[in-house]
Structures are given as C-alpha cells and as structure tokens.
Write a protein that binds this ligand. Structure first.
Ligand code: PLP
Length: 467
C-alpha cells in the first residue's frame, strides 16, 4: 500500500491538474469546481489506494468491471506480450489479427444458443450503437426497411453516444441542455416492482407491463419496430429486478411481432450473476443479440462486443454483392484488447469464478438484506454481486427524502470515510464488487454500510430531514 502513496506536493499537483484540465464523464460542474476529484493512485486485489496510501475496499469493481480484481499478472502479461508481438493492425475489410479471431471463437463457445458471431467495439455504448446499425442493416436486407424504431425501458442505461443515451430511459440522467432522439426511440414503463402502482400485486404489474407494451407495438405498427433493448437486470438505473416471468413474456411479444430481442449484458455478463451470460442461464431467455463490455476484459482494456445469432448471420450471408455493412472502428478487435479478454476467460474458467459467485452471491444478498432493519432503508434488491440499497424517508409509504437531503451522497461519503467505495445514484447505493470477494469482504461491506447509513440517519435528523 505504501508504494502507492505520493509526496504531498505531487498529490496536490495531480489533483490540481485534474481539476484544471480534465473533463470527466458525467460531470456536475458546480460540485466538481468545489470538490475536485478523488484520485486513486494504485490498486491490488479488491482494494484501491488514494494518494496518501490509504486503503479502500472497492465495492464497485471500478465501475462494475474489474471482476477479477486488481494486479492480475496473467492479464498484464498477456497484454504486454501481445503489445510486443504486434500492438495493432487494421481490422478493416478482410484483414485481421490472431487475437480477434481467437476471441471470436471463444465467445461463440461460451455464448448461449446460436449466438456464434461477434462484432467488436471499444466499449458498451459503441456496442449498443453498432447493434442498432446491424439490426437496421439486417431488416433492410429482409426487405423491411421501415423497421427502424427501438423499444427501450424507462430507467435503463445503454450508453453515452447520442443514440445510446437517447435509448437510456434513466430520466433523471437526461440533461435538459442536451438533445435526444425521440422518434426512433420509444420508451416503455420501468419494470420496477418496488415502485409499482399502489395496491397492485406483482402478477398484476407484470400484466400491465405486457399489455402496455403490446398496445404500444400495435399503435406504432409492428412493421416500424426493429428491436427491443433491455438489461436482464438493470444496473445504473437502480439495480431493478423485473417481475418474475417478465423477460419470457416480452420475448413472446417480440417473436409474435418480428422484433429482435437485444439483451444488454454489459454489467450482468462475465460472471456478475454467476454465469458468463445471465440471459439464458439465469433468466431463461433466448435473445437474438447479447451486448457485452466491462467484465469481458475484467476492465483491464476497453472492449465491447455485439454477439449475434446464426439466424441473423444467414440473412447477412445472403446479402447482394453491392451491400456493405459500413460500420466499424479503428480499434474494433484491437489485438492487445482481445489478448486481455482471452486471458480473462482463461482465468475465469481455471478459477471457476462463476461457481464462486453462485456460492457467495447469495451470501452477499443476505448480508445486505440485513440492513432492512434500519428505518431509512426501504428496499435491498438485486442478485448475486449486483446489489442496491434504496434509502427512503418512510419505509411504509416508500416516500423519498427531499432531493436537498442528498441522502445517497451522504451515505456514500460516510462509507468512503470508513474505507468502502460504494456508488450513490440519487437515493440509491449501488454495490457491484469484484467477483473474487470472500465471506470476509462481504461481512466488511455490510458492516461498513450499516455504520455509514446509521451516521447518515443521525445527520438527517440533525438537519431536520427526519423526525
Ligand atoms: N450498457 C450498460 C448496461 C451499462 O451499464 C453501460 C455502462 O455502464 C453501458 C451499456 C455503456 O458502456 P460504456 O460505458 O463502456 O460505453
């Protein structure tokens, strides 16, 4: 840990450089101007270290991605070895590199059903964006060029390009100062069972979601709808677990109306729910496309993947000579990035990471659910190593604290002081730790969070937000 401490003047200079010159993703300028950034200077295993050398338990695996933890020499070596051998060559137009070909074959092996083809991108946003272009191309080849529209869910998150941000239903994250695509993208009600209409049971809520979706399809015209995009379990929108049976019934509608089902597994994939992909094994889904990123390289390199079916490939293979799929990036299938993904898959299988998650994930759920005895915890939900704690002003009525109370930030800040990195999203605290978390790490996370919430409760009381 001491290796990562910087002399005080260097640490200060780095903090100033960041504040003066760097625009971070998702910046709130007012708070950034005041607080600047928390800079991390090193990481090992499940811990990160700040510039003073102080250690924190990383309850977020970076940003839902460092699934195998930090300091993995096998992945580092694979990256270095490929960079020495050949750092880059063009992937465009019938040219390629060995790691991309090997990785495509490996992904076909571990992906469910007939998802045997893959297009590589630079992350989750570009993967969703490219999926839309592939879907449009596919429908056009089938003579259905009017099938352009995308059905998405309120509260979802699919990325931060112009189109994928428009596809993200996280309404709280939609800046009124930005523009969004509103015709091609059609947003459906969030499948949030905790916030379902009052007096409605889960089965009734499921019926409502499905009937609303079918009505929307019929009113827009099925022949104008290309695809439905959903995370099997929503992440950034608040770890939302849909009602039981939701995915199967949505898939039924998609099949009925010739709409492709895209399962965005950027977070749920690569072990987070105990399987390489959660769609089939956890949710019984047979998607036409799976989107992957983040954990696919354990966060060691930026990679996204559009994994699609033999059925779609059959249509692409029958394309006329003049048809070009004009979509791709300089770094699609980057050799060094693919080498990191290959090393990640090797390590996950050799160490049975999915088995570890299946065994320990339920313990994580139980440990966090014990927080429900605190009166400002309204809901604890999620699955395995993808969890969320929802803070409320009143457990019975589910009433929220006033936004000014800033309850999520307060809890995350207390956790930070206590040595745990947790992420606040509004009134939610999200946890998505490295998949190598042990029982001790699970117990430490739950105990620290309990203390952070208890301290927050006392603050809220002192500040008049709680009776
Ligand atoms: N899809 C989901 C479900 C995500 O959670 C994210 C990022 O958090 C993305 C897509 C976007 O991925 P990226 O940030 O790598 O572009």
């Amino acid at each position: 840990a001491r290796d990562f401490a910087l002399p005080e003047d260097e640490a200060k200079a780095a903090w100033e450089a960041d504040r003066q010159h760097l625009l971070h993703p998702w910046t709130n300028f007012a708070s950034f101007k005041e607080r600047g950034s928390f800079l991390v200077s090193g990481a090992r295993g499940v811990h990160v270290y700040d510039t003073t050398g102080r250690q924190y338990l990383d309850g977020m695996a970076g940003l839902w991605c460092v699934n195998l933890g930090y300091g993995r020499e096998d992945i580092v070596e694979a990256i270095a070895d490929q960079a020495r051998r050949m750092p880059y060559f063009t992937p465009f137009v019938d040219v390629g590199s060995l790691p991309a070909a090997d990785l495509a074959k490996e992904i076909a092996r571990i992906a469910p059903g007939d998802l045997n083809h893959v297009f590589f991108t630079c992350g989750g946003s570009t993967a969703n964006d490219s999926a839309v272009r592939l879907i449009h191309f596919y429908h056009a080849l089938r003579g259905k060029k009017d099938k352009r529209r995308l059905l998405v869910q309120m509260d979802s998150y699919h990325g931060s390009t112009y189109l994928t941000h428009s596809m993200s239903g996280r309404h709280t994250a939609r800046s009124p100062l930005l523009n969004f695509e509103t015709e091609m993208v059609q947003t459906l009600r969030s499948p949030n069972t905790y916030r379902r209409p009052e007096g409605m049971d889960e089965a009734g809520f499921l019926d409502l979601l499905i009937s609303e979706m079918e009505e929307r399809i019929l009113s827009l015209g099925a022949d104008t709808i290309a695809a439905f995009f959903a995370e099997p379990l929503m992440g950034a929108g608040g770890v939302i677990v849909p009602p039981r049976g939701y995915h199967a019934r949505v898939q039924g509608l998609c099949r009925k109306y010739d709409i492709l089902y895209v399962s965005d597994e950027v977070v749920t994939g690569f072990g987070r729910l105990g399987h390489f992909f959660a769609s089939a094994e956890h949710f019984g889904l047979e998607p036409d496309i799976i989107i992957s990123a983040k954990g696919i390289t354990s966060g060691y390199q930026p990679l996204g993947a559009v994994i699609y079916s033999d059925r779609m490939q059959a249509v692409l293979n029958a394309a006329p000579e003049e048809a070009w799929f004009t979509n791709g990036f300089t770094y699609s299938g980057h050799p060094v990035v693919c080498a990191a993904a290959l090393a990640t898959i090797r390590a996950m299988e050799a160490e049975d990471i999915c088995g570890h998650v299946r065994e320990n994930g339920p313990k994580f759920e139980t440990a966090l659910k014990s927080l429900l005895d605190i009166d400002i915890v309204g809901d604890v939900r999620g699955s395995h190593f993808m969890m969320c704690v929802e803070a409320v002003a009143d457990q019975k009525t589910k009433e929220l604290f006033a936004p000014k109370a800033d309850v999520g930030h307060r809890i995350a800040d207390h956790a930070h002081e206590l040595g745990l990195i947790a992420r606040s999203i509004g009134n939610l605290i999200v946890l998505s730790p490295p998949l190598i978390f042990t029982e001790d790490h699970i117990a430490e996370t739950a105990a620290t969070l309990r203390e952070a919430i208890t301290r927050t409760r006392a603050d809220l009381k002192a500040d008049g937000f709680l009776a």
